[in-house]
Write a protein that binds this ligand. Structure first.
Ligand code: HAM
Length: 405
């Protein structure tokens, strides 16, 4: 038997209602806040992610599905995330010329070659949004408000917003140097990944899951450096504003100095919304500001901020929705009458189905009870005398009608 690939999942008909509801809620909320939907290809030139996400990240180094096809020498990659693709599209289609803000949202599959476990798949889905052209903290706050409101509308409780500011490249570089200096004596004891991060991307060390590394970061003299308030005056002012806007919007947050995020493009605000019911993969969504990315990918300098949410993680927190029942199931021992009636019902705008084989009456009624709210019964008497019997399948009540309105 050929099975689905490790780390991928079929979304089966009994789950699809929940997916559709989540997508509908996103569309309603985001469009209502003036975000336009964008759909970009699921593969892009590999260079986009190397430059955009950063070639010192785990995503680019270990997790990309990259390949060449045919005589085409270009290396392509299945998108591991969508910010880089949306930025590419924003530049390519001249959206820089639109008056800011440009507000976009998306829904679609992403691909990361990770070790599959609860909450972690190789093909998963993200719903996200990106807001271009506004440098002020109002944009950071709006994006976090959108994320929280979306989770609220999906009935998710027991969440918390983790918030941090990574500063701008200027203040962050000094901070990186201080962290490197403090960790120098422990370099030999760090895990292999952190030894590489130490050189290439020191802040990513703070996110390391290795127990030994975690213990080192807990040491008093290291912790003092990590927890230092390193950001410059401008970045601090920006962060204070973001916090103020969140407070007046009644969004509770916790400052988490260890929150560094796994992608290289972030500047200033970063955030995650987490739920402890998710276990070790506890982030439902993550995002932040990325003021340098548009320029780095060939556009004009453009501030931007956004987030992406893991749909599978969200859905694992939502109670399964019952499958929607049809309005009518046509019960008829005459297939011609059955087809005629189902056509009529559908043309009138009702959801309806019928029995393809005109099976025994009892079988059809039993099926109707499972799938529909009403049975439209067309037996011999009905045909002879020209009426339909409508049976309410919840109450058992029956009545005659002569016309479907
Ligand atoms: P990210 O934190 O890599 O950020 O992913 C966002 C969310 O996608 C995570 O919080 C998680 O819910 C979900 N996710 C990530 N990897 C997996 C996986 N292997 N299996 C299941 N779910 C997963 C980004 O992707 C950024 N592009 C977010 C962003 C948008 N930043 C600014 N704009």
């Amino acid at each position: 038997m050929i099975k689905a690939q490790r780390g991928t999942k079929d979304i089966l008909p009994n789950e699809i209602m929940t997916w559709q509801e989540v997508e509908n809620k996103a569309r309603e909320l985001f469009q209502g806040a003036n975000y336009k939907e964008i759909r970009t290809p699921i593969f892009e030139g590999t260079e986009l992610f190397k430059r955009g996400v950063g070639d010192s990240t785990d995503i680019v180094n270990k997790e990309m599905y990259t390949f060449c096809v045919g005589n085409n020498e270009n290396s392509i990659t299945l998108r591991p995330e969508n910010t880089a693709g949306v930025v590419r599209s924003y530049i390519e289609h001249g959206m820089e010329r639109l008056s800011p803000p440009v507000k976009l949202w998306y829904f679609g599959p992403m691909f990361r070659y990770e070790r599959p476990q609860a909450g972690r798949q190789r093909q998963f889905h993200q719903i996200g949004l990106e807001l271009f052209g506004i440098k002020e903290g109002t944009a950071d706050a709006e994006v976090i408000i959108m994320a929280s409101e979306f989770l609220k509308r999906n009935g998710i409780k027991d969440l918390y917003v983790s918030l941090n500011s990574l500063g701008c490249p200027n203040c962050r570089n000094k901070y990186k140097e201080e962290i490197k200096k403090a960790l120098m004596p422990y370099l030999d004891n760090l895990c292999d990944d952190c030894k590489v991060r130490y050189e290439k991307n020191p802040l990513r060390m703070l996110d390391c899951k290795d127990e030994n590394c975690k213990k080192i970061f807990e040491k008093e003299e290291i912790k003092n450096v990590i927890l230092k308030d390193f950001i410059c005056d401008e970045c601090r002012e920006h962060f204070e504003k973001v916090k103020e806007y969140l407070e007046i919007s009644n969004i509770e947050y916790k400052i988490d100095k260890m929150l560094v995020r796994g992608l290289d493009y972030y500047t200033r605000t970063v955030f995650e919304i987490k739920s402890d019911s998710l276990g070790s993969q506890n982030a439902i969504l993550g995002g932040g500001r990325y003021d340098g990315l548009v320029e780095m990918l060939g556009g004009k300098p453009t501030p931007a901020v956004g987030f992406a949410l893991g749909v599978e993680r969200l859905i694992s927190l939502i109670n399964k929705k019952e499958e929607l029942k049809l309005d009518y199931f046509v019960v008829s021992t005459d297939t011609k009458e059955g087809i005629k009636a189902v056509n009529l019902l559908r043309n009138k705008g009702y959801s309806a189905d019928f029995d393809f084989q005109a099976r025994k009456f009892a079988k059809q009624i039993e099926k109707a009870g499972r799938v529909a709210k009403f049975a439209l019964i067309i037996g011999e008497d009905e045909i002879k005398e020209g009426y339909f019997t409508v049976k309410n399948l919840e109450t058992g009540e029956q009545k005659r009608i002569t016309e479907i309105k």
